[in-house]
Design a protein around this ligand. Structure first.
Ligand SMILES: Nc1ncnc2c1ncn2[C@@H]1O[C@H](COP(=O)(O)OP(=O)(O)OP(=O)(O)O)[C@@H](O)[C@H]1O
Ligand SMILES: CC(C)(CO)[C@@H](O)C(=O)NCCC(=O)O
Ligand SMILES: [K+]
Length: 263
């Protein structure tokens, strides 16, 4: 095969993550919100690269845009969203069976399986992935490319949203407005929320990393997901020794997909 494009779509709980592959090479990436059904129908009826590039605004400077139907490779942790794409004519849905990782449990999220597989293939096993998305997850695999397990907690945005939405007096804070660490003992509501959420999250992350290094002292640790850059910068300020050994890779899941599904 040469010069064959495919579109990869990872459906997360807040956003869609897109990649254009040319053969096995990751060519460009982007994020969108969940798409309206009308757009999905248009793409299903006219699945050319030109249409795709318009619909999801992926950057390209390809000299030749082929006009045959483009395969869509989809991995989703949102079943209702997966259902909308069933009408696409050249659809491959990635399941746990596609991932060569050993020892997976049946309800493991496909995003976690792909990310830890991608991290291991890219940087070596053992590996621990921290995915700072809607949910924040830890997912580890050992030298035998076998799942060790992990943990799931509400991500940064979700922690802030739950305080904003489930209380009478607390404002809804947005991660996009956060930059530097708040004072630990805060004297206003906004900083008090930030302090509580951020310092407990950072110590929790540190504790999981240290527990992992007890098991696998030389393991790589990779962080990915929408909040990874923000969390890495907080960790650099709060726990520089840990941050120094942490790799941020926002394309980890796509590395995993490219590695196993695209032939
Ligand atoms: N432009 C953006 N729009 C929305 N969220 C963003 C953006 N940039 C960063 N984020 C952060 O990304 C987080 C969500 O991460 P991400 O987009 O990786 O989640 P997801 O893939 O939809 O969810 P998950 O993978 O956990 O199901 C939010 O907490 C938010 O703070
Ligand atoms: C934890 C999330 C929401 C993270 O995106 C996803 O991986 C998921 O729905 N997982 C299923 C449960 C599990 O991984 O054990
Ligand atoms: K759910």
């Amino acid at each position: 095969m040469n010069n064959h494009p495919s579109i990869v779509l990872i459906i997360g709980n807040s956003r869609l993550h897109w990649a254009l592959f040319i053969d096995k090479t990751l060519y460009s990436t982007g994020d969108t919100f969940h798409l309206p059904e009308s757009i999905i129908q248009q793409l299903a009826q006219n699945p050319t690269l030109d249409n795709w590039l318009t619909a999801i605004s992926l950057p390209t400077n390809l000299s030749i845009i082929p006009d045959y139907p483009i395969p869509l490779i989809l991995a989703s942790v949102v079943p209702s969203q997966t259902a909308l794409w069933q009408i696409y004519p050249h659809l491959h849905i990635i399941t746990l069976e596609d991932v060569p990782l050993q020892g997976m449990y049946p309800t493991l999220g496909i995003d976690r399986a792909l990310a830890v597989w991608g991290a291991g293939k890219l940087l070596g096993f053992p590996t621990l992935v921290i995915d700072a998305g809607t949910a924040l997850t830890f997912t580890g695999a050992d030298d035998n490319q076998c799942l060790v397990g992990g943990a799931i907690l509400p991500g940064l945005g979700l922690q802030l949203a739950s305080l904003g939405q489930k209380t009478g007096q607390l404002p809804l804070l947005e991660t996009s407005l956060m930059t530097s660490l708040p004072p630990r003992f805060a004297m206003n509501t906004s900083e008090a929320i930030q302090s509580g959420v951020i310092y407990t999250l950072l110590s929790g992350i540190k504790d999981f990393i240290e527990a992992w290094w007890q098991l696998f002292p030389n393991s790589q640790i990779v962080m990915t997901g929408g909040d990874s850059n923000l969390l890495k910068s907080y960790l650099q300020q709060q726990f520089p020794d840990i941050a120094e050994r942490l790799i941020v890779d926002n394309h980890l899941i796509f590395q995993g997909v490219g590695n196993i599904v695209i032939s």
